[in-house]
Write a protein that binds this ligand. Structure first.
Ligand SMILES: [Ca+2]
Length: 222
């Protein structure tokens, strides 16, 4: 028996920044992998969480086809149980250890001070990406988890000057501070979250990564 795990931070767009971690297959906007160990359901879920993922929960016909493909005729665990209440299913919308669940996202602030590229890479090692808040509630979550530190967000205008885009391949809803973005000295193409606002800054500055997992998203650019 194998297991399937899935993360939701890939996206159907053509952006090459929107890719799956090594070993995962990208399918219908998800990242899937079947692990070869034969495990109980609890062990399987735990193994997925170690990779920043969770047992797969297909919600569309396309996603179910992806599971069939990646399962490759093996018996696999899905992340659906009625352990919470007999007869009802739950997809265990929970966050991995260390992450805070807020507004349907899982967020964690890492303590290292890193460049934007290093910070994104550190998040990807946990199956996550730099945070891209899109609603007032999500911005409040960022403020809370950042806890008055300067943190990197997953938003840049590296693709096209002054067109700020999420590293998850989706557009953004900005919370710029007064007079920002100003592209100061012509080198500010990354976004840091400072107190409650966004500021465009040089990508080489050193801030804390604020990583986000999108466990409970129903659609990719929600
Ligand atoms: Ca810029």
């Amino acid at each position: 028996m194998g297991t399937i795990i899935m993360t939701t931070d890939a996206n159907g767009s053509s952006s090459d920044r929107c890719s799956c971690p090594a070993g995962f297959t990208r399918c219908a906007g998800r990242c899937l992998i079947r692990l070869d160990a034969a495990l109980t359901n609890t062990e399987a879920q735990s193994r997925c969480q170690q990779r920043g993922a969770h047992l797969a929960v297909p919600r569309t016909e396309a996603e179910n086809q992806c599971v069939i493909e990646v399962a490759s005729r093996r018996l696999v665990w899905l992340g659906v149980t009625d352990l919470g209440s007999e007869g009802s299913s739950s997809d265990r919308c929970s966050c991995p250890a260390g992450f805070t669940r807020c507004a349907g996202r899982c967020l964690v602030r890492l303590d290292a001070a890193l460049t934007n590229t290093e910070a994104q890479s550190r998040c990807q090692q946990r199956g996550a990406h730099l945070a891209v808040p899109r609603t007032e509630a999500e911005n409040q979550c960022v403020i809370e988890v950042a806890s008055r530190r300067l943190v990197w967000l997953g938003v840049t205008d590296l693709g096209s000057e002054d067109v700020f885009w999420g590293v998850d391949g989706c557009g953004t809803v900005p919370w710029w501070g007064f007079t920002f973005p100003d592209n100061f000295w012509g080198v500010e193409h990354c976004v840091a979250h400072m107190l409650s606002n966004w500021n465009d800054v040089d990508c080489r500055r050193l801030y804390h990564p604020l990583c986000q997992l999108d466990y409970c998203k129903e659609t990719m650019c929600q």
